[in-house]
Ligand binder design. Structure first.
Ligand code: CS2
Ligand code: MG
Length: 396
């Protein structure tokens, strides 16, 4: 089963995606991977086309781990979001091929299902509590039980929708004090409006200092959040010790990480309860299942990142791993615009607030390349930058 071609496709059915198609010498046997890195797509495309694809031609597509090691360590420069996203694109495609060759869904190759479906959470953000509560009720009506609540803080957008961004500066305002006052009030109002049953999580999005995050986590205890995500910046992970010491709110972190070593102190010191790595940014399924295994030993559960800025292929890979691991917590889910379905088929589907994949061999997804060509790359779709009132940069 030799690799004969690695084709990189950029398409934008709603937003930019970088797709990797690995073709083999067996007629009709190919695999699709997702190598999307929001705002840095073309860097990944160049790395794949100019540096990694040539290494793969002639290799045995079935030797997934060996190919993973040869790219992660064999090319000397290792880690980082661009390299690990390119590697993920290749890895997902190879697992797709292996499943197709075996006639089995990937979760079967990973040991078979440990559950009937993957509990999902729905984004129920809003500009005020009423909008959030309405969104939660609507999602409850669809069977969802876990919800993300983000709120717009006057003069300090806590979670700006990219369409709100000033495209000339890409910046939106943020101040910590009004945010720190607004989130406990948001939870208090939501609990008053909706009661105790809804599982509500909040994403701090790396914006607070450790002591601020400690204060926020402690203030939220009466409202029992499902988890508090990314309370602090990811660079100095040991700072999470302060947050952990000052609250009993479940904590989650990981979407900015590039591999298992970045997760280690948070897992081995049990500083978090959920690992939020993104399967498309940590090198794919091969790495995801290793992180899950490390986490399992420390009672830490997986909550793979599943924002709309990775393609449905990565979302399918999420669910295959979710289905196979024992320490699954919750799966972030996204609603894609209708044009996405013109390009991707066989994507995960919702059933009673959970996500499922079919028993189709491989990842189960396919790409209509002619449809993909109808959605050209959209340049300058960058992530917003937050600015403080004094003009200084703030983590988005
Ligand atoms: C967010 C992401 O879903 C989340 O947890 O942190 O939407 C994040 O803002 C984007 O993935 C950044 O590209
Ligand atoms: Mg997040």
């Amino acid at each position: 089963m030799k690799i004969t071609n690695v084709n990189v496709i950029v398409t934008a059915p709603g937003r930019n995606y970088v797709l990797v198609k690995v073709e083999t010498d067996q007629a009709g046997l190919y695999g699709w991977g997702d190598a999307t890195l929001n705002g840095r797509e073309l860097a990944v495309v160049a790395l794949l086309q100019d540096h990694l694809a040539p290494l793969l031609i002639g290799r045995d597509a079935g030797r997934i781990e060996d190919i993973w090691q040869s790219i992660f360590r064999g090319t000397y420069w290792r880690g980082g979001p661009v390299m690990m996203t390119a590697l993920a694109g290749i890895d997902l495609a190879l697992w797709d091929i292996k499943g197709k060759a075996a006639g089995l869904p990937v979760y079967s190759l990973l040991g078979g299902p440990t559950r009937a479906a993957a509990l999902a959470y729905r984004h129920c953000d809003g500009r005020d509590v009423q909008e959030i509560a309405d969104n939660i009720r609507a999602a409850q009506a669809e069977g969802f039980r876990v919800f993300r609540a983000q709120i717009d803080v006057p003069g300090s957008m806590a979670f700006p929708d990219p369409t709100w961004v000033d495209r000339t500066t890409y910046s939106v305002p943020f101040e910590d004090a009004p945010y720190l006052r607004a989130i406990p009030r948001m939870f208090e109002a939501l609990r008053r409006e909706l009661g105790d049953e809804p599982e509500i999580l909040h994403d701090v999005h790396e914006r607070l200092t450790p002591i601020q995050a400690s204060l926020l986590a402690a203030a939220l205890e009466p409202y029992h959040p499902f988890f508090l995500e990314d309370p602090i910046r990811p660079e100095h992970k040991e700072s999470m010790r302060l947050v952990r010491q000052n609250s009993r709110v479940p904590l989650a972190m990981g979407e900015l990480f590039s591999h298992r070593w970045e997760c280690l102190p948070l897992i081995t010191e049990q500083l978090i309860d959920y690992v939020r790595v993104d399967i498309a940014h940590i090198g794919g399924i091969t790495e995801a299942r290793k992180i899950a295994a490390i986490a399992e030993a420390y009672h830490v559960q997986m909550a793979f990142h599943g924002a709309p800025d990775t393609a449905p292929i990565a979302h399918a890979a999420n669910v295959h791993v979710d289905m196979a691991i024992p320490n699954f917590g919750v799966q972030e889910s996204s609603i894609f615009p209708p044009e996405t379905a013109e390009v991707f088929t066989g994507t995960p589907y919702f059933e009673n607030g959970s996500l499922k994949v079919t028993d189709a061999p491989g990842l189960g997804t396919d790409v209509d390349e002619r449809a993909a060509a109808r959605f050209p790359y959209r340049p300058q779709e960058y992530l917003p930058t937050l600015r403080r009132a004094d003009g200084s940069v703030q983590d988005w």
